[in-house]
Design a protein around this ligand. Structure first.
Ligand SMILES: [Zn+2]
Length: 166
């Protein structure tokens, strides 16, 4: 019995270690990747940041830009993965916060020497939202013009009625 139990326990311990290490993936800041590109080159990394701009579809794969506040990087991912991202950051939206695990390249041979990450896993950490439309300068100008016009019409009207009474 002991002979079969021992390998089983070893297998259990190994698989447990594997699960722990898989879950303990620390995110690295994009700026650290860029600053320390030689160290991270061809390494599996996890980054977390806001999806910004728009998806650039290239058939089955697509580019998505991620900005984590320290820097931004292009992520090469399956188009089907890109489709789960609902919001992309721009002047009207806060983009989804996504966690990307993939292989970092400081000189990607597939993409003409680009600095990029080829995603193997994507997770939406936080859904983005639309930013409340701020009152534009043009709207304020229109409002002031309308108000002045209304005041002017009122003045003219009052003057006309006053003249009629006399
Ligand atoms: Zn690439």
């Amino acid at each position: 019995m002991c002979k079969t139990l021992k390998p089983m326990m070893i297998a259990a311990v190994i698989s447990l270690c594997f699960i722990i290490s898989a879950n303990a993936e620390e995110t690295v800041s994009i700026n650290s990747l860029v600053d320390d590109a030689e160290t991270y080159d061809n390494q599996k990394v996890t980054v977390e940041g806001e999806a910004i701009g728009e998806v650039l579809e290239r058939g089955d794969y697509a580019w998505v830009n991620i900005n984590d506040g320290t820097n931004a990087i292009g992520i090469w991912m399956k188009t089907s993965d890109a489709e789960i991202i609902k919001y992309f950051g721009d002047y009207k939206h806060v983009g989804d916060t996504v966690r990307i695990t993939g292989v970092f390249s400081r000189n990607c041979t597939e993409h003409g020497g680009d600095v990029d990450i080829h995603s193997v896993a994507i997770e939406i950490v936080k859904t983005g939202r639309a930013v409340q439309d701020e009152i534009s300068d043009a709207k304020i100008v229109i409002a002031v013009v309308l108000l002045c016009t209304a005041a002017l019409i009122t003045l003219i009207y009052l003057k006309i009625t006053k003249n009629k009474k006399q």
